[in-house]
Design a protein around this ligand. Structure first.
Ligand code: SF4
Length: 280
């Protein structure tokens, strides 16, 4: 899961020019619309390996990953450097709104998820940034893992939030979009179980596939999935709706137009009571 698709384009160049923001860096500051400001991302998959192969994925896998394995010590060092630089004014007077565990793969696949979360939160607090949210952006495939459950519980007590991805309503569409061996049912069960313990946000990317946006039946099936989670005790505070904004993995994937995004939002607003945030 990656939030870099969400960055504000006019500031991208400035951020890219930072010496620490390059191939191999585990830390990437971005101006993110979804956190309404500056977010400092931690890339948990520098090898660019992911258990999903989303057709809209923006991770450039034509360029090899710089470091093969996530190194928590290196991440700590780089995070401290970036936070020191930002606090010193390297990004102007932008306050840090969030520290985000995401990047070029799936954070819930980390063997030591709990440890990584605890270390990053400790550094956030050490820098006097406990008001900044600690966000995990996940495709939900590993939310059942023990270390992830423990990490999420720690986050619950330390201004944390989970954003879980759900891009489909039917199994067929899910398989078409996610290109993964992780069963759809596992993702849905993980989202429900996790959302029973705390409110979460759902992130949903919709797009044109071979020039076709998701049909009304697919969108209604998606809304049914969301409603099923709510009816069974899951808490979803919002759906973040967005489309492709950078070159996707597959060339037959294109962004929805504003009119198409409005149409998607309209269908979903009529089919679920969950608040929808639209990022065009
Ligand atoms: S979950 Fe999908 S979008 Fe996120 S990094 Fe993996 S392949 Fe890319």
């Amino acid at each position: 899961m990656d939030e870099r698709d969400d960055r504000q384009p006019e500031l991208t160049t400035t951020l890219h020019d930072r010496s620490y923001y390059g191939e191999g860096s585990l830390i990437y500051p971005v101006l993110s619309r979804r956190v309404s400001g500056l977010s400092v991302g931690i890339n948990t998959s520098p090898s660019k390996i992911c258990n999903f192969g989303c057709i809209y994925c923006e991770v450039d896998r034509t360029v090899e990953g710089g470091i093969m394995k996530f190194n928590a010590d290196l991440a700590d060092t780089q995070l401290r450097k970036v936070l020191t630089d930002i606090k010193g004014g390297s990004m102007g007077d932008q306050p840090i709104k969030a520290i985000t565990l995401s990047g070029d793969g799936e954070p819930s696949s980390l063997l030591n998820f709990e440890e990584v979360v605890k270390r990053a939160i400790a550094i956030r607090d050490e820098f006097g940034l406990s008001d900044a949210k600690f966000v995990v952006i996940s495709n939900a495939s590993g939310l059942h893992r023990d270390t992830v459950k423990k990490g999420l519980r720690f986050m619950d007590e330390h201004n944390g939030e989970l954003w879980a991805k759900l891009d489909a309503g039917t199994e067929d569409y899910y398989k078409r979009i996610a290109q993964t061996r992780v069963p759809f049912n596992k993702v849905l069960t993980n989202i429900l179980t996790t959302a029973k313990e705390r409110p979460i946000k759902i992130q949903s990317c919709f797009m044109n596939v071979h020039g076709e946006m998701p049909g009304e039946d697919e969108l209604k099936a998606y809304a049914d999935r969301v409603n099923h989670i709510i009816e069974n005790g899951g808490q979803i505070s919002a759906i973040q709706l967005y489309t492709v904004s950078r070159p996707p993995a597959e060339s037959y994937v294109t962004a929805l137009t504003e009119t198409q995004m409005d149409k998607v939002a309209q269908v979903l607003q009529g089919s679920t009571f969950v608040p929808i945030e639209v990022y065009k």
